[in-house]
Design a protein around this ligand. Structure first.
Ligand code: MCN
Length: 761
């Protein structure tokens, strides 16, 4: 097994990015551009009685004020949602219309209902404040459980009871039978808090309409040109070939930049009508109330065990909050994604999950790093650790006893996934040793002597990566006359370092230095997936390798002509073709001087299932409730590793996001009024450097069988494992006081109260 120490080489893109030479959404400045500002609902739920734009329209510099009436007139009310499979009783997801500017009703604080376009950003903003709106207030509901309850305020006439979708997975009868036989049942009700993904770059978009050929040029932060274009076309009915999406660098996304937000379509409308580019850059406060949120579900989980601690069955009742409208990805994050890995790393003979998606008066929920897999891992891993505590079995031992054994792979799960290859026992044993599991009792005693409560958390997880929306991934490679190797892909890095890792894949396949390879993202219209679902390396990365190998073959024929031998007599190594048995040779560069050599390769690659074991330790000061992560040890199997430093960085970043969710982050709405209470970083607490200690990581690569590289995704693994691992560590620290469960975020106040009331009881 590979136990490399990571090597810290700079990423190819780093110099450009850290020297300020990156080009983000707000760096696209187009000649003659106008500026947009949005008027947003200041209340959660209301009928719009009138929108008076007169004063705003008269404000100096204002070109036009758009309202919901314009959105309706344009017919911009439909949208794209990934979920296209039926739910319970064969019923499909309900997609109530969503005009790109709210018409008739507003459904969450921040819902955009008018757009002012003016000569300057300041004029647009000033005029937006002059738009007068008369509302008729309606009662609001901001939790999914409350929204599904009888008598709740209703958001959409099309979705009675606020139910958007009712989905199920597994076998309900088999689960009932297994529970009837169980010697022990563990039950937990868990909240996975609503979080604001908060990438560094603010959302922004500039649209130019080219009247000569009827094409819209949309300069916007994205996760991939194709996903954006598909959605823009679905909303506006403009043919996809008339929409060109432009983006170079993306300052983080975490799932949030995949959506074609209503603002962009409204800008398309204005850019065409006004004949000038229209630009809009969000403020951070706007972001909190209009960028999609993540997670936001409540799950009741039950695990049935026999008297030897073997798992018999698990059932989940999952209620997810979709917010006021459906996003493209949120519904899949709370149905398909958790159901594909609902058995976790365990052999559980019977599984059943019911997933209900509800509309509430909140910001729409979409994919957020992990997109449902951290949520399901959290439920499973909390249940397993809770069961271990109840049965007084070591939590590592209970896991070991129930793992899918190595020889059972490829393993078909009860919900229909096929886990291709893993060594779960090997990963666990490595992690136990790495984290010095056995030494914990002594460390806990030491903490006790210092007046601190210490807890040990473990999570053994698996997740689905690599699934794609588009049927295949294409990559084009060109050996250029100047000696470069240009690689074209439609996946789009948002910080994942594709220029380096994809460059390495091509450089290795061609045997040329990395410096010669240039990755160009989203500039050629190829078929392929956006960067999301930790799928880019398995998909586009594999296509990079295939394209490089194809380039060699194509160039070999050209070389054979030049060398005057049969292609079969030409060998290739390190950028040079040799005629076998002679000294004659010609380089790829020399061949390309006569004209660029261009190939395209494609492939359809199946899901991969990265897995890992993360063991964490926390220390809580009972006097203040402040928790510190004092040790974090991760062992991850992401298949063959392309770049060790990037993989480690991905795990660090995602673990930090998981820690943020466990200890501080939460979007809070007022239950009565539906007001957003966490509308800035003053109220919404991001994780800070002091929260995370030295995150130690080891790779445990079991190659995937499902792609050309043997890789499994890694971009989200750190979230999937850290959330349950850290939650288990906190509960373990408090269990001696009688605390069995606490919901995230485990803020100092919450921990202090839990400790205080446990001491009193
Ligand atoms: N990699 C590797 N070896 C492997 C697997 C991956 O070297 N066996 C490298 C890849 O080549 C790539 C990186 O690790 O450089 C992540 O690869 P992969 O797991 O294929 O995931 P994607 O590139 O598809 O990235 C998507 C994933 C997701 S879904 C979210 S959300 C996310 C994430 O990546 N958002 C991020 N990581 C992020 N990192 C940053 N900095 N910013 C975001 O917004």
């Amino acid at each position: 097994m590979d136990t490399h120490a990571p090597h810290y080489g700079n990423r190819v893109e780093d110099y450009r990015l850290v020297t300020g030479a990156g080009k983000y959404a707000s760096d696209w400045s187009l000649p003659g551009q106008l500026y947009a500002s949005f008027v947003r609902a200041d209340r959660a739920h209301a009928e719009i009685v009138t929108v008076n734009t007169e004063k705003a329209a008269r404000h100096p510099g204002v070109r036009r004020v758009y309202t919901g009436a314009d959105a309706l007139a344009a017919g911009y009310t439909q949208y794209f949602v990934i979920v296209n499979f039926p739910g319970r009783g064969g019923k499909h997801i309900i997609k109530p219309p969503r005009p790109v500017l709210a018409a008739g009703k507003v459904r969450h604080v921040g819902d955009a209902l008018a757009m002012v376009v003016a000569d300057t950003a300041v004029a647009a903003q000033d005029a937006a404040e002059l738009v007068e709106i008369e509302y008729r207030d309606l009662p609001a509901v901001v939790s999914a459980e409350a929204a599904l309850a009888a008598g709740a305020p209703q958001l959409h006439a099309e979705a009675p009871g606020n139910l958007a979708f009712d989905f199920e997975a597994g076998n309900e009868e088999a689960v009932k039978g297994a529970f009837a036989q169980a010697a022990h049942v563990t039950r937990l009700k868990l909240q996975v808090s609503r979080v604001a993904p908060s990438p560094m770059e603010l959302r922004g978009c500039t649209v130019r309409y080219d009247a000569a050929d009827g094409t819209y040029h949309v300069h916007v932060c994205i996760q991939g040109i194709n996903m954006m274009r598909k959605q823009l076309a679905a909303i506006t009915d403009v043919p996809e070939e008339k929409i060109v999406v432009h983006a170079q660098d993306i300052g983080g996304s975490f799932g949030q930049r995949s959506a074609a937000y209503p603002e962009y379509c409204t800008q398309m409308l204005a850019a065409k009508e006004l004949g000038r580019p229209v630009r809009w850059i969000s403020t951070r406060s706007e972001g909190f109330m209009s960028d999609t949120h993540g997670r936001a579900n409540t799950v009741t989980g039950e695990l049935a065990l026999d008297r030897d601690g073997k798992f018999l069955a698990m059932k989940l009742d999952w209620i997810a909050d979709m917010g006021g409208y459906l996003s493209a990805t949120g519904s899949a994050s709370h149905t398909r994604n958790p159901s594909t890995c609902m058995t976790g790393v365990y052999r559980i003979p019977a599984l059943y999950g019911r997933f209900r998606l509800a509309f509430t008066n909140t910001v729409p929920v979409a994919a957020y790093r992990g997109a449902g897999r951290p949520d399901v891992a959290y439920v499973i891993e909390r249940l397993v650790s809770q069961a271990a505590a109840e049965l007084k079995i070591d939590p590592a031992e209970l896991r070991r006893r129930n793992f899918i054994p190595r020889e059972a792979f490829p393993y078909k799960t009860p919900t229909g996934s096929t886990y291709e290859a893993a060594d779960l026992h090997g990963v666990l044993e490595r992690a136990l040793e790495f984290a010095d599991w056995k030494g914990f009792a002594a460390r806990r005693r030491k903490s006790e002597q210092a007046g601190k409560l210490r807890g040990l958390g473990i999570a053994t997880v698996i997740e689905n990566t690599g699934a794609g929306l588009f049927p295949k991934d294409q990559v084009e490679i060109e050996a250029t006359p100047s000696g470069g190797i240009d690689v074209y892909t439609v996946s789009q890095s948002q910080g994942q370092g594709h220029e380096t890792s994809f460059g390495m894949i091509v450089a290795e396949a061609l045997g040329v230095p990395l410096e010669r390879v240039r990755i160009r993202q989203g500039v050629k219209p190829l078929i392929g997936n956006h960067t999301g679902g930790s799928r880019s390396t398995a998909g586009a990365g594999s296509a990079c390798k295939l394209a490089a190998l194809k380039l060699i073959e194509q160039a070999r024929s050209l070389a054979a002509e030049k060398l005057e031998v049969e292609p079969s007599q030409v060998d290739y190594a390190a950028g040079v073709f040799h005629a076998r048995g002679s000294k004659r040779k010609i380089s790829l560069h020399e061949l390309a001087k006569a004209g660029a050599i261009n190939v395209m390769a494609e492939g359809t690659f199946g899901s991969t299932f990265p897995n890992g074991c993360h063991i964490s330790e926390v220390e809580i000061d009972p006097a203040t409730g402040v928790a510190r992560i004092v040790a974090y040890n991760a062992v991850d199997d992401c298949g063959k590793v392309i770049n060790h430093a990037i993989v480690e960085g991905q795990v660090h970043g995602a673990v930090t996001q998981g820690a943020g969710q466990i200890f501080s982050e939460q979007v809070v709405y007022d239950r009565e009024t539906g007001q957003l209470l966490t509308g800035s970083f003053m109220d919404y607490c991001m994780p800070r450097a002091g929260l995370v200690p030295d995150i130690r990581m080891q790779e445990y690569p079991v190659p995937s069988l499902n792609n050309a590289l043997g890789v499994k995704g890694v971009g989200e693994s750190g979230c999937t494992a850290s959330i349950p691992s850290l939650a288990n560590a906190v509960v373990d620290a408090l269990r001696p006081l009688g605390v069995e469960h606490l919901d995230m975020p485990m803020t100092p106040a919450k921990l202090w109260h839990a400790i205080d009331s446990a001491k009193r009881s």
